[in-house]
Design a protein around this ligand. Structure first.
Ligand code: WT7
Length: 634
């Protein structure tokens, strides 16, 4: 698609964009100093680069003031948040003024419950306004929010509560998922019971999302609504240094233990505002819908902070894409005149299956920018989304970034960067990707390699909670002088980037990051399993699916498959359920005892030849044994 076929007026022209790229490269300090003025600071930062104290040292500010208070004069009566409940006829709206009031009340409730500046507060909620309100309320008093994805198992929740040291949890009685109810409170209760002695949780506040009653533990649990109604409607905001943690968000890496990625206040907010404006071409009157759950970084940066910092209107939808019937998402876009729609390739693949006719029944002419994130998108899915949902009229931004980057890094800029279907295209001004060979030397021109980043950017995570050394080991030491992303990429002759996927042992299931080691650690808790290996294989709908190999101990029970599956879903969560579990006599290993995942992947995909030199294996015969054993369903 050429730029000229897009009838919209975008903020930036190719020339403007070129100018930004040049400024950010030639005079970065001035560039970021200017970008920092997007925020309202109590004390301006003294520097605009990364120091040992993070970005924008000397700066003092409050995140909720930046999202709310400073908009009150100009936009007090503008919608800040429009919540579409699962019931089609239920919509709850918040203006900047009413959202400000709700956030202040919530902040006062947190204070009353003894939450101090710097404390961690966990948020475990479905897609209801209270999630966003709780995040901003934490920010208002300088508490650090830790949002826990609703799909986590009790064990996964307990681990994260223990690691973060959260003192209070905000949860729901139930969540809605189509006709089903998701038991948020009982899941949390199970998590709290598991690790009682290791946890610092003193209070649990419960949002009544449904009419269902749940057990409250006296002295610990309280319904939130009465507390909110009684709390004062104003709350002074706590001034925070730019480098103070704003939130922790757990993500998976090569080790079994989930990492609490720490994002700071000043740098993160500059990045959220900068990238939201640039990539989504934010304009007055936009209605921004990001379908990601607030349990993931996308929900933080583009479901909450970015749009509010820029004075936009957020649409939040409680429900699912196809409930009560196909096309529900399209109805939401039509009914709320959504201008900017940000979703995942996984969702697009599922919606494509419903057929074009469902889309055509809706008026989607309000759309101006379409975006995707989380995994590579195929050219087929890109074109379908562009043509059928965007009507060929919209800008399409395939955005590459990660939890650790805080916000978008490589993406087209509407009106300014020509798209190529399924390419994340070019780095944003101020972002410097490099492709390295295995030895860590940069490769020039059209090539393929390990994707690293040169220099810092304001949105970069500060560290890993409780483990600064792991941050260094994971991101900074693998390729000295560069930040290691964990991804591989190809660069074409136009300098465009094409992300090829993870080069570490991280599996991307429907855009959810799951470490092989996380699954293997879960399997290690099942006594009948001697060892295991988890790998990712291509999956039509999910992008990647998980295949697990388990080696039983002697006298292992018959139902080992069932036990293995249960170990994974109970330790990690249902979203990590494997596609297939193979019980095998052994794994292909090097002489030093490391499983060779490359071979396991090929075998799981049904390949029977082209395995290369097997002589370095401790037991080369095992490959033929596994091939014979594993019948891959076609
Ligand atoms: C990993 C980060 C960033 C928010 C959602 C996921 C993969 C992300 C793309 C894209 C190809 C992508 C990468 C990355 N990824 N965006 N546009 N094209 N791959 O955040 O859970 O931290 O996962 O998602 O592999 O490293 P995350």
């Amino acid at each position: 698609m050429s730029l000229s076929s897009q009838p919209h007026t975008f903020r930036l022209s190719p020339a403007d964009y070129g100018h930004l790229v040049e400024q950010a490269t030639v005079a970065p300090e001035q560039y970021w100093a200017r970008e920092s003025t997007r925020l309202t600071w109590s004390t301006n930062p003294s520097q605009a680069h990364c120091t040992k104290d993070g970005w924008f040292p000397g700066g003092v500010l409050n995140a909720s003031v930046n999202c709310l208070d400073r908009h009150l004069e100009k936009r007090g009566d503008q919608h800040a948040l429009v919540w579409q409940a699962e019931e089609t006829d239920r919509v709850v709206t918040f203006t900047y003024r009413t959202l400000h009031e709700r956030v202040c009340r919530m902040a006062n409730v947190l204070r009353q419950q003894g939450v101090q500046t710097g404390d961690r507060v966990a948020i475990h909620l479905p897609s209801v306004p209270e999630g966003l309100i709780a995040m901003l309320a934490c920010a208002r008093i300088g508490a650090i929010h830790v949002v826990l994805f609703g799909g986590f198992s009790p064990e996964a929740i307990a681990d994260r509560l223990a690691d973060s040291g959260a003192v209070l949890v905000i949860t729901a009685n139930m969540g809605r998922r189509g006709p089903k109810r998701i038991p948020f409170k009982t899941t949390l209760d199970a998590a709290l019971d598991l690790r009682l002695e290791a946890l610092a949780v003193r209070h649990v506040l419960v949002v009544s999302v449904t009419q269902d009653d749940v057990d409250l533990t006296t002295g610990r649990d309280m319904w939130l609504t009465p507390l909110l109604n009684e709390a004062p409607a104003d709350c002074a905001a706590q001034d925070m240094p730019a480098s103070a943690p704003l939130f922790l968000l757990y993500t998976s890496g090569s080790t079994g233990k989930p990492k609490g990625i720490v994002h700071g206040t000043g740098g993160y907010l500059v990045w959220a505002s900068y990238t939201h404006e640039l990539v989504f071409d934010h304009q007055e009157g936009d209605i921004f819908w990001c379908t990601a759950d607030i349990g993931w970084i996308t929900g933080h940066t583009y479901g909450v902070y970015g749009p509010l910092l820029n004075g936009g209107t957020i649409l939040l939808f409680e429900g699912m894409p196809s409930y009560p019937g196909p096309g529900r998402w399209w109805s939401v876009i039509q009914d709320h005149k959504v201008t900017t729609f940000y979703t995942s390739p996984t969702a697009i693949r599922a919606l494509m299956r419903e057929g074009d006719e469902v889309v055509q029944r809706h008026d989607l002419s309000s759309l101006r920018v379409l975006g995707t994130v989380g995994e590579p998108i195929s050219q087929e899915a890109w074109s379908w989304f562009n043509d059928h949902v965007g009507g060929g009229r919209c800008a399409f931004v395939d955005t590459w970034w990660q939890t650790e980057s805080g916000g978008i890094m490589i993406s087209p800029v509407p009106g300014a960067v020509r798209e190529k279907p399924a390419s994340a295209t070019l780095p944003l001004p101020g972002v410097h990707p490099v492709l390295l060979d295995e030895r860590g030397a940069p490769k020039e021109g059209a090539t393929e390699g390990v994707l690293c980043l040169r220099g810092s950017w304001p949105g970069r995570a500060l560290t890993i909670w409780n483990d600064a050394a792991l941050f260094e080991r994971t991101y900074l030491q693998p390729y000295p002088g560069y930040y290691f992303t964990g991804d591989g990429a190809r660069r074409d002759e136009d300098g465009y980037y094409w992300i090829t996927g993870r080069v570490d042992d991280v599996i991307n299931v429907s855009g959810h990051r799951i470490g092989s080691a996380e699954i293997e650690d879960a399997l290690a808790t099942e006594l009948a399993i001697a060892e295991s290996a988890a790998i990712g294989v291509p999956h039509d709908l999910k992008g990647q699916g998980i295949v697990v190999y388990v080696v039983p101990r002697d006298n292992a029970p018959e139902d080992l498959h069932v036990r293995a599956a249960k170990a994974i879903t109970s330790k990690v969560g249902r979203y990590a359920a494997p596609e297939r579990i193979h019980v095998v006599p052994d794994l292909p290993k090097t002489r030093s005892g490391k499983s060779v995942r490359r071979l396991l992947r090929k075998i799981a995909c049904g390949e029977t030849e082209g395995f290369g030199d097997l002589s370095t294996l401790a037991d080369p015969e095992i490959v033929a044994t596994l091939i014979a054993l594993i019948q891959v369903p076609k």
